[in-house]
Design a protein around this ligand. Structure first.
Ligand code: URA
Length: 435
């Protein structure tokens, strides 16, 4: 078999066989397919697409290119959750203990943040002592004992995807539904869960800019799940503004704890309840989403969800007292208010610009090995549809000092806000379920 023939076949609209896709992925990993041929093939896929069968074969080949996790030592139906990425997305911090409190085991591998979106591992590490490196045995034991564990992703999960993604990033081939779908699903399948719940986002802070595009991606991923025997459901949600009111690691933990206490912002609470209810159904703990929601609301009202979060912290070396005392979280000294220049309704908040502002303050990393500051970030006071007068506070920065960095971040926040003279239509946060 020759790679050049497979590139031509794809370019002419042919459907590759499973053995041909395996040849490509094995060649990518062992170096016999050079980067330029791989990039040419990815470009052909961008133009021509892939059938559902090809996409599933690509996903499995990438999933099997490195470590695969066998979760069979954990009792029950394991349901994983994945978000396609967003600003202020702290749903895992809430959903993991919440569904665990209702009896669905959560064995979660999460990533660190890069660029303008934050990672769950970074957020949890803002809690004193919390660590995310557990041996496989300890990981399994913890999930069997308390129902939940969150660890950092092993370096060797789907290495083919890592290599292909790095190439796509520099060859203009990221934006392809089969390539994105197989990339996401290969990592989820390698991570070993029986069922997968996806939060597919669209809007200014997401890969997919429209709800229709998000639905197309969601359908592709649900189809992969069906082909490879992992039940998959996707929730389509709006990321046209950051989720909740906080962006930044400790600030997001604070907001997550508020939701677990039955408080917190409505959008975040609602999305978490929807995600968690589908996880309960997938995990066989509820007959339908309505029954699941009743259980979840009870787990919040009774304090069981918050106690589960405290158990998770204690099990992984963290200060469990944080669950009941938010002042134990790291805090930045300076507060800088970003004010509205004129009157109007908030018609848009560019999530990417807000993420960038948090990064300037030190909450995120530009390079993979950059250190981050857990205390800094920002709180959004005005959200989509709110009326503001000139001089009203739009957002409050939590910074180390009121210095140049804070000024730069404040300018990024101010630039993120768009206003209109009349009240804009605010589209619903949830735009459908696939699967
Ligand atoms: N996230 C991924 O993991 N892969 C993609 O291709 C795009 C987003």
């Amino acid at each position: 078999m020759r790679m050049v023939d497979l590139i031509r076949k794809k370019r002419h609209g042919g459907e590759l066989e499973e053995r041909e896709i395996r040849f490509i992925i094995e060649g990518l990993v062992n170096g016999t397919v050079p980067d330029y041929q791989m990039a040419a093939w990815a470009m052909a896929v961008c133009f021509v697409g892939m059938s559902a069968r090809e996409t599933a074969a690509l996903t499995l080949a990438m999933a099997e290119s490195g470590d695969t996790v066998d979760l069979s030592a954990i009792a029950g139906t394991k349901v994983d959750k994945h978000s396609t990425g967003g600003v202020g997305d702290k749903t895992t911090l809430i959903v993991a203990p919440l569904v665990a409190a209702c009896g669905v085991p959560v064995a979660k591998m999460s990533g660190r943040g890069l660029g303008h979106t934050g990672g769950t591992v970074d957020k949890l590490e803002s809690i004193a002592g919390f660590h995310t490196e557990l041996s496989r045995e300890d990981f399994f034991r913890q999930v069997n004992e308390i129902g939940v564990a969150v660890i950092g992703q092993s370096g060797n999960i789907a290495p083919a995807d890592k290599k292909l993604y790095a190439l796509r990033d520099v060859t203009g081939t990221v934006e392809s539904v089969p390539l994105i779908a197989s990339s996401v699903m290969s990592k989820k399948i390698a991570a070993g869960a029986d069922a997968i719940l996806l939060d597919v986002k669209f809007g200014s802070g997401a890969f997919m800019k429209t709800a229709d595009d998000a639905r197309t991606l969601a359908e592709a991923m649900v189809a992969i799940g069906a082909q490879v025997g992992r039940r998959t459901v996707a929730v389509i949600s709006d990321m046209d503004q950051p989720l909740g009111r906080t962006v930044g690691n400790a600030l997001e933990v604070r907001e997550a704890i508020e939701v677990l206490r039955g408080e917190g912002p409505d959008d975040l609470r609602e999305l978490c309840l929807v995600l968690a209810s589908h996880m309960l159904v997938l995990g066989g703990r509820a007959a339908d989403a309505t029954a699941a929601r009743t259980q979840l609301e009870e787990a919040i009202a009774s304090g069981a969800a918050l106690r589960k979060f405290a158990d998770l912290l204690a099990a992984q070396g963290g200060d469990a007292a944080v669950a009941n005392d938010l002042s134990l979280l790291p805090q930045a000294e300076a507060r800088v208010a970003v004010k509205a220049a004129g009157a109007g309704y908030v018609a848009g908040i560019d999530a990417e610009q807000i993420g960038l502002a948090a990064m300037i303050l030190g909450a995120g990393r530009a390079e993979k090995d950059d250190a981050i500051d857990h205390a800094v970030g920002l709180e959004l006071v005005a959200k989509l549809g709110d009326a503001v007068e000139a001089g009203d506070t739009l957002a409050v920065l939590h910074a180390r000092a009121d210095d140049d960095k804070a000024k730069q971040a404040a300018a990024s926040v101010a630039a993120a806000y768009r206003f209109s003279p009349s009240r804009p239509d605010v589209q619903p946060l949830l735009q459908g379920i696939v699967g």
